[in-house]
Design a protein around this ligand. Sequence first.
Ligand code: PMP
Length: 459
Amino acid sequence: HSAETPAPDPAAGAAVKAADRAHVFHSWSAQGLIDPLPIAGGEGSYFWDYEGNRYLDFASQLVNTNIGHQHPKVVAAIQEQAGRMCTMAPGFAVDVRAEAARLIAERTPGDLDKIFFTNGGAEAVEHAVRMARVHTGRPKILSTYRSYHGATGAAINITGDARRWPSDNGTAGVVHFFGPHAYRSHFYAETEEQECERALAHLEETIAFEGPQTVAAVVLETVVGTAGILVPPPGYLAGVREICDRHGIVFVLDEVMAGFGRTGAWFAADHFDVVPDLITFAKGVNSGYVPLGGVAISGAVAATFDQRPYPGGLTYSGHPLACASAVATINAMAEEGIVEHAAHIGENVIGPALREIAERHPSVGEVRGMGVFWALDLVKDRATREPLVPYNASGAANAPMAAFAAACKRGGVWPFVNMNRTHVVPPCTVTEAEAKEGLAVLDAALNEADAHTVDAAGA
Ligand code: PMP
């Protein structure tokens, strides 16, 4: 890493914290119980606080800084664009907007060649759902329980995991079903093949009982992200494609997290040889340097809105600063071989190291993932696969995961922890040396988790 960590300045950090606590209302938090860490800056795979502590970003913030912090080409492109044109409404043709759309369309599978830009992932999901409903004239959206699709109206309703509960109005025309998850099989499957077959039969039956003529879309994360890094078994997504085709249902793949290099491909769909009707994206498209998301749209769905207006829009759709940063990000990723690097580091460094670490830690139930998109599923007991902490645990019930996270941070690694899992999701640009440094810290921190297993209790 080239950046020098600036000299510690605890007084400046304290001032930032005081200002934050006075007026900033944070996402997903009890405002009176949180203690946000003041951050002074970042570069590449690292960021740092005002006390002189550097953290290796094994979370890529919220799994979005795929090219790391402060990539010079992207920073320069934003500065250049700001000097030229900061804002222009979506009704006008703008060079960087057209170029960003072209670069994205060039990389999407099949004929998903039209791009609707949003400000982030949830809005992309909102619009994908609306496109599917208008295109089919049907109301219902099917999605999986183990999923996250965003925190806005339709997006939080189709989200399957516990983040939905406080906002679920129960009337949004959403039906949840179980996707494949061999390690915690809902279907009592013993092999991946069986899991795939039974998961497809379950979806088919769900559609049959809902009434196929009422189902607008099936929405899936290509590889499930925050709800567990679930890589679908071979044949599953192709099977869903076939079911959707048979019933005239729009197939939406949510690649907000999985897209733009995270899995070692431009789109995760590339690994599974499947072409959906719509792809939602955000995060990695420009590593979050400026808020941006969007929907890639197939020819058939786009045709619905050729002679009649699409009923939706956003003041900042295709925002020039965001589009300029996407153009620079995609070009940098292509020029620097960043997607190939993510595939290489996953296959040759992170995956093998995690499997080796798992052998030494009784708390690791399963290792799964690809690219720079991995999870350790932590358990109390490998035999029963009982999760290390209960589903949606908080407070004292979550103490083992909190202790694990604290140990990572003391070791200089910022971890991604969700329920009973830790995800290993560094930037796609993470070097082999950085990955090894972070994995060593994770390895040691797992002793905290091991202490809560039945093996420890029996010892
Ligand atoms: N879909 C997926 C798969 C996501 O991972 C996320 C964010 N974690 C979203 C949608 C929502 O994106 P945003 O937070 O940008 O609204």
